[in-house]
Design a protein around this ligand. Structure first.
Ligand SMILES: Cc1ncc(COP(=O)(O)O)c(C=O)c1O
Length: 131
């Protein structure tokens, strides 16, 4: 992230979401961070249509999604997310944190989709599902 972003970069994150991202973006890099609020009334589910509308309306350099999200545990289905992300202009990079995706199932990852899109990156961790 520090290679891609400067203090002038605009980044969209979810709220609530794994808090290290906001720390790195705002405190370490100092870029401009906007938040897509997830509401308790909607069980903190990510409304992917709303996400795409927001990204198409504003020139974000980067969007960060944690899927399944932490700390909410909510998961946006792969097919739904792929269709939505395909509608995002390629000038906006999309970072999908799939640290907890193995708890959903073997078909849930957007890795293949990311391999076919130059602006989409999937980030994984070996510290949660692997022991
Ligand atoms: C959503 C999310 N992403 C990334 C990480 C970092 O994982 P690791 O320490 O395995 O790199 C964590 C750790 O708690 C996490 O919850």
């Amino acid at each position: 992230l520090t290679r891609w972003l400067t203090r002038l970069s605009r980044v969209l994150i979810l709220d609530p979401m794994y808090c290290e991202y906001a720390y790195v973006l705002e405190r370490v890099i100092g870029c401009q961070v906007a938040r897509l609020q997830l509401s308790r009334e909607k069980s903190f589910d990510l409304d992917v249509e709303r996400l795409v509308e927001r990204v198409r309306a504003t020139r974000y350099d980067l969007v960060i999604i944690v899927n399944p999200n932490s700390p909410t545990g909510r998961h946006a289905p792969r097919v739904e997310l792929e269709a939505a992300l395909a509608a995002i202009p390629t000038r906006t990079r999309v970072w999908i944190d799939e640290t907890y995706v193995d708890f959903i199932g073997s078909d849930a990852s957007l890795e293949r989709f990311a391999a076919s899109r130059r602006n989409v990156v999937v980030c994984k961790s070996m510290s949660k599902a692997m022991r």
